[in-house]
Design a binder for this molecule. Structure first.
Ligand SMILES: Cc1cc2nc3c(=O)[nH]c(=O)nc-3n(C[C@H](O)[C@H](O)[C@H](O)COP(=O)(O)OP(=O)(O)OC[C@H]3O[C@@H](n4cnc5c(N)ncnc54)[C@H](O)[C@@H]3O)c2cc1C
Length: 404
């Protein structure tokens, strides 16, 4: 029987032989690969890396092999993660299904649902979007109104979802619906999975200030959803939603590590744009100090993230820590871009044109985009409420709302 050290050796050798060199660099802007029916690759290496990891079952290494996963033990999974980090391998694909819905189906789905839904997810064949938020149900998610009415062998869904990232590009949606309007709000919600090509669904893109938008508003007009696509018990969706949001928080703090453009290295940009020490004004010195303080915070975050990974692998409860990490990471990223914009000064005022370097134009857009991360997956204010209640066990405030 092979030991963990054998597994590490084999894994290292396999990754070195199979992860193309160009997939071992930071993630350039716009080079994320999204799985799905119409998966797109910008380079041949992206395709190779995707296909090799898929065939190995390593899109979801710790899922059982019978559902398309890699069947690794938690300890082997930890070794794989550390070897991927060591080689700086890019994620071969991004897939909300694998990160958020898959673990919920593994925990709450029926055997039939596991066999039907998990293997295509594990091969990256379906691109998933999340239909949780509605125009009047964001932080106060349980107020959602999109209804699913029992019609025999199927539900009929009516209503609208908003801020659905990539709603227009996704194959399937997992969504929360109201299945009983006559009980306290958390008790009348169910979780459905829906094929986005079903008749009656329309995804309308929404523009954003950063110039790049993944957002859609999705409309449901008498959409038929077979009953076998209900995950978990009827009206029991709130429990599943809370579990899913825990996975989302972990994914969000992880996602930020490689989704934000990595070529914005704080200290090297400060070195380029701020005058040499001797010529520094007091304002430049103060700016340099902010940049160093920020870089130290980033390092502290990264060490804490490693610690959280180790605690999770030791099966300690890290759910409170996940909210803290999500809060800290998104706020830190926002602060980092604030510092960078100050370091660039007027060079950060460009939107397009030859007068600015491509990196300067990209940085301005990334700065505007950084605000979104403090809202996505539950806003910072709501994370603070969650931390106050669940981690610090403080008494409830006046809002009385259960946040996203
Ligand atoms: C980049 C991005 C991607 C997203 N992707 C998706 C997606 O794919 N699917 C999806 O369903 N949703 C998605 N969302 C929506 C996101 O989940 C919501 O925007 C978020 O939950 C906040 O809801 P809201 O926008 O309705 O703001 P509101 O809930 O109206 O909040 C407005 C302000 O009030 C504050 N606030 C609200 N309630 C409280 C309270 N109780 N205590 C203190 N402050 C409070 C909030 O923090 C915020 O500052 C995405 C959002 C972003 C930014």
């Amino acid at each position: 029987m092979s030991t963990l050290e054998d597994f590490r050796r084999e894994t290292r050798a396999w990754l070195e032989a199979n992860c193309p060199a160009s997939m071992r660099t930071g993630m350039p802007d716009g080079e994320l690969v999204w799985g799905g029916r119409t998966v797109e690759f910008k380079t041949e290496d992206q395709r190779l890396w995707f296909e090799r990891m898929r065939d190995k079952g390593w899109f979801c290494p710790d899922w059982p092999a019978e559902y398309g996963g890699g069947g690794l033990t938690p300890e082997q999974n930890a070794v794989l993660e550390s070897e991927l980090r060591r080689l700086r391998c890019r994620p071969p694909q991004i897939n909300l299904g694998i990160w958020m819905l898959g673990p919920v189906i593994l925990e709450f789905g029926s055997e039939e649902q596991k066999r039907e839904l998990l293997p295509p997810m594990a091969r990256g064949e379906i691109r998933w979007c999340q239909g949780f938020s509605e125009p009047n149900a964001g932080s106060d998610l349980a107020s959602l109104k999109t209804s699913a009415v029992d019609a025999g062998d199927h539900f009929v869904v009516n209503g609208t979802k908003i801020w659905t990232s990539y709603g227009d590009k996704s194959d399937w949606m997992y969504m929360l619906v109201r299945t009983n309007p006559d009980v306290p709000k958390q008790q009348g919600i169910s979780l459905l999975v829906v094929d986005m090509s079903s008749p009656g669904i329309e995804a309308r893109p929404i523009d954003l200030i950063s110039g790049k938008s993944s957002f859609c508003q999705v409309f449901f007009d008498n959409v038929k959803v077979p009953k076998r696509q209900l995950i978990g018990p009827l009206n029991g969706g709130w429990t599943l939603a809370k579990a899913l949001l825990q996975h989302e928080r972990r994914a969000m703090s992880k996602f930020g590590e490689f989704s934000l453009p990595t070529h914005f290295d704080l200290l090297s940009i400060a070195g380029t744009y701020l005058p040499a020490q001797a010529a520094s004004s007091p304002a430049d010195v103060a700016l340099r100090q902010r940049a160093y303080a920020m870089a130290m915070d980033e390092m502290a975050y990264s060490l804490t993230a490693q610690r959280m990974g180790e605690e999770a692998r030791a099966r300690r409860n890290v759910s409170g820590l996940m909210s803290i990490m999500k809060l800290v990471h998104s706020e830190q990223e926002k602060d980092k871009f604030e510092v960078l914009v100050d370091v660039l000064g007027h060079r950060a005022l460009g939107w397009e044109g030859d007068a600015f370097e491509p990196q300067e134009l990209a940085l301005t857009k990334a700065w505007l985009g950084s605000f979104a991360q403090t809202i996505a997956g539950g806003s910072s204010e709501v994370q603070l409420n969650v931390i106050a209640k669940r981690v610090l066990e403080l008494p409830e405030g006046n809002s009385g709302k259960q946040g996203k």
